[in-house]
Design a protein around this ligand. Structure first.
Ligand code: 5RP
Length: 241
């Protein structure tokens, strides 16, 4: 199977295995999570699923849901009231403790609000996302208010990070998130403690949120080239780099 087929398989599987009618669900962002959104749209259109309330995590997901006719809510709406049954989302890296890094698509702030408001968090990835240590290969994205760019950069360098402002590709200047902030992508030269680092980063003035997700234990579905989807909970994920 090629990468796109793997993403489709694992994204769809999350919906087939975990979503039932009447649920309030968070819908993630990215090229894998979008397949969960599409599968949900398909099952709603067929009538195989009913009465779903979906909370999107980005402009990408809002547009996809609108095109598919998936009913959208905010996590603040009274029917949702800050509590979701489950969220399905992608990740950039997952380690052997099932801690993960998210935010490659720049949506980490709303993704974290939605994930941390969910009873269950389902991560959908391909096997290339499994790493021994977070933040060495793929950067940890940190959403920062624009005015804090330089002092926040210095504070992160103090924590041992190499910091880069994420630049836009089809616009001059930095990426501006859905929330009007910039993203600092930070890399480390050696292993970090993800739980500690998640907290440390958020103590820096001007940091709105960071892409380390350590305070919710996900169920991780891993799509493989053979077409199989492996499922990991707690510490069962294979160690590799
Ligand atoms: C967006 C995210 C994505 O879930 C993450 O970047 C993975 O995306 P993809 O499935 O396209 O590799 O966190 O902010």
């Amino acid at each position: 199977m090629d990468t796109e087929q793997i993403k489709e398989r694992v994204g769809s599987r999350a919906v087939d295995d975990y979503v039932t009618s009447g649920m309030k669900i968070g819908l993630g962002t990215g090229s894998t999570a979008v397949w969960a959104v599409r599968r949900l749209g398909e099952l709603l259109a067929k009538g195989a699923l009913k009465d779903i309330l979906a909370v999107p995590t980005s402009s990408q997901t809002i547009m996809e849901c609108q095109d598919l006719g998936i009913p959208l809510r905010s996590v603040n709406d009274p029917e949702v009231s800050g509590e979701l049954d489950l969220t399905i989302d992608g990740a950039d890296e997952v380690d052997s403790s099932l801690f993960c890094t998210k935010g490659g698509g720049g949506a980490l702030l709303i993704e974290k609000i939605v994930a941390y408001s969910s009873k269950r968090f389902i991560i959908v990835i391909d096997e290339n996302k499994i790493v021994s240590n977070l933040g060495l290969k793929f950067p940890v994205p940190v959403e920062v208010v624009r005015e804090a760019r330089v002092p926040a950069t210095k504070a992160m360098e103090h924590l041992g990070a190499r910091v880069e402002v994420r630049m836009a590709l089809k616009k001059m200047g930095p990426v501006i998130t859905d929330n009007g902030n910039i993203i600092l992508d930070i890399r480390f030269d050696g292993p970090i403690d993800p739980m500690e680092m998640e907290q440390e980063l958020n103590h820096i003035p001007g940091v709105v949120e960071n892409g380390l997700f350590t305070r919710i234990k996900p169920i991780v579905l891993v799509g493989t080239t053979s077409g199989k989807v492996q499922r990991y909970t707690s510490d069962e994920i294979p160690k590799s780099e």
